[in-house]
Write a protein that binds this ligand. Structure first.
Ligand SMILES: [Zn+2]
Ligand SMILES: [Zn+2]
Length: 602
């Protein structure tokens, strides 16, 4: 078991640096009022009520003062005090006085969580000349802090409010982070910068892939032509691969009768993540929250013999789920999204073989995209919990089928107890990106429950009616989210086969325009996505702009190219590859596209 962050030395370290930041700030701005300063995921913050705006110069002063405080080797001293003593100590700190009142009266703690019992004793922590109302824990001494392994920053508009309540005082939030070593800090700051550079929301707008407009709706992205190319290309590719391994694609509507979801149990059990039913005449409908019930009804519409199984029904099915508006984020958290969904109806003896095929498909798909750092997270039941349904036999068989599939395919996996669905074990695909961030992609889940609820069957070899098992399966998860992850993974520089525009022809002068159009049309006829940049603009500016759009090939054409039927290749990396006969370039690019190559030159 990994140590919990709250119990780690890093957590105590960051909390301690937060106190030191508050000390330094109070020395710089003595009229400041301090509020709270907790550690957060990658660092810490402290919120202040300041008499004046904070300047860059303040930040630099505070940072260097913090180094001095740290070098002073001050112990963090904890002391228990009565509420009266605490009020005396913080008599000129109104926010602390409010915190003390709330703790003493048994209302809420500093994080806004309700207090179990009124506090009779409070703890204060002191380092050097600064004392904070705090329950700790802290490092023993500033000696444990490396003065070159922390940083602080101010990112306006911080938009912090006292108690997180917009109606109360607006505060200034200073962020910081601290690590055990300067190298760890450097690594973190690098990854932070990279994450900003790769942010799919920023790149999505810059590369004209998608927009989210409040008039259309929060969490409802509109795909622009270039973004649509990206998702269509992914869909077509996966669809072809699925067909090749025995999937059949189906289509189902975006809404369904409420009774369908009552039968499946999605309503009312998952009501909170769904939209309210829509009344039409005397029936009620729901925006589709899941594709599963529709696929089951497709299976049920025809008789099946044991020889027909597995039946693998796939659909790029759009579903709608409620997400709190504060949770919405670019393409990675949306309210309507398309799942690369499939439901496999299998005999119990086929479970392991089907799992192997799914893992194989996942390895092929993510391997092709260069997403090699992925693993399976196998969720099994917690043997001590009573919430799981189904026989022990079924649980043991399906769990060992999943693990054995991972073993046989050489897939890295971890097993997590208590992470199964209530009706069966599952396998989540987790991708670790270049910045060491984990993204959950699709999931594969064994389900005996829905076949039961919908009473579906097949006729076995002995002519008896049997119940199939169902495997829910998605690889990308949601196409929207997956595109968001891919944009960040490639930092917008997609491999040739996925690039929305694969080449732009740039004429050197206006009298080369006709040849540019001719080249464009030939490449289009060869199936490539190509534009000619005929704008009345300087060639160098065009090159600069198209490189920023991360177009793989810039094909410059001038007198020599017209004379010898060539194009002069410039890559988006600015490498100059010289002139190549157009026919050779076409053949090379077609090969690279067909083989889903990661490189731009053969
Ligand atoms: Zn504290
Ligand atoms: Zn499903």
């Amino acid at each position: 078991m990994a140590e919990k962050y709250e119990d780690s030395h890093l957590y105590r370290l960051r909390h301690s640096v937060a106190h030191i930041m508050a000390q330094a700030l109070l020395e710089r701005i003595p009229e400041a009022k301090i509020t709270i300063g907790p550690p957060i995921e990658d660092g810490f913050y402290y919120d202040f009520d300041l008499p004046r705006p904070i300047e860059d110069e303040d930040i630099r002063w505070i940072e260097s003062r913090m180094k001095k405080i740290i070098s002073g080797n001050h112990p963090f001293v904890v002391r228990e005090v009565t509420p009266a003593e605490a009020r005396a100590i913080f008599s000129d700190q109104p926010y602390k006085l409010e915190l003390i009142d709330d703790l003493v009266n048994g209302r809420v703690d500093e994080n806004g969580a309700s207090v179990q019992a009124p506090a009779e004793k409070l703890t204060i922590y002191t380092q050097d000349k600064f004392t904070d109302l705090c329950r700790g824990p802290h490092v023993a001494s500033t000696k444990e802090i490396n003065p070159n392994a922390f940083s602080i920053s101010y990112r306006p508009p911080a938009g912090a409010y006292w108690r997180g309540d917009e109606k109360r005082q607006q505060l200034t939030r200073l962020y910081g982070t601290a690590f055990e070593t300067p190298d760890d800090l450097k690594d973190y700051l690098f990854r932070l910068e990279e994450a900003r550079r790769r942010d799919h929301r920023v790149l999505g707008e810059h590369l004209e892939l998608f927009v989210i407009d409040p008039l259309v709706g929060k969490g409802l992205p509109l795909w622009l032509p270039k973004g649509a190319v990206l998702r269509d290309t992914l869909e077509r590719w996966l669809r072809a691969r699925q067909e090749a391994v025995g999937y059949q694609h189906v289509v189902s509507p975006h809404i369904g009768n409420l009774n369908l979801y009552k039968t499946s149990g999605h309503y009312p059990y998952y009501k909170d993540s769904q939209y309210a039913p829509i009344d039409v005449d005397d029936e009620q409908f729901m925006l589709k929250p899941m594709n599963c019930p529709h696929h089951i009804m497709i299976y049920r519409s025809q008789p099946h013999s044991y020889r027909d199984l597995p039946v693998r029904l796939a659909e790029f099915g759009t579903v709608y789920r409620y997400e709190k508006s504060g949770q919405l984020n670019g393409l990675t958290r949306v309210r309507g999204f398309t799942v690369d969904d499939a439901h496999l109806f299998v005999r119990p003896d086929q479970v392991e073989a089907e799992f192997i095929k799914v893992v194989e498909l996942a390895q092929f798909v993510f391997g092709t995209l260069g997403m090699t750092e992925f693993r399976a997270r196998v969720g099994i039941r917690d043997p001590k919990s009573p919430k799981y349904v189904g026989t022990d036999d079924l649980w043991e068989n399906s769990t060992s089928a999943i693990i054995s599939a991972c073993e046989k395919m050489g897939m890295r996996y971890t097993v997590e107890e208590g992470e199964a669905a209530f009706y069966g074990p599952k396998l989540d695909l987790v991708f670790r990106d270049a910045l060491k961030r984990d993204w959950q992609l699709g999931t594969v889940q064994i389900d005996p429950n829905l076949p039961e609820r919908f009473d579906i069957e097949y006729i076995d070899s002995d002519n008896t009616r049997k119940r199939p098992l169902m495997i829910h399966r998605a690889l990308f998860g949601s196409i929207e989210r997956f595109c968001g992850i891919l944009i960040e993974h490639f930092a917008g520089a997609f491999p040739l086969w996925l690039a929305p525009v694969q080449a732009v022809i740039i004429p050197i002068r206006e009298d080369h325009n006709d040849y540019a159009v001719q080249v464009r049309d030939q490449l289009r006829a060869a199936g490539m996505r190509v534009e000619a940049d005929l704008r009345d603009k300087n060639m160098r500016n065009k090159i600069k702009e198209q490189r920023k759009m991360l177009v793989p090939y810039l094909l410059i054409v001038g007198d020599n190219d017209i004379a010898s039927g060539t194009v002069s290749i410039r890559l988006r990396t600015d490498e100059d590859k010289g002139a190549m006969p157009l026919a050779d370039f076409t053949a090379m690019a077609q090969d690279l596209i067909a083989s889903h190559a990661m490189t731009l030159m053969a």
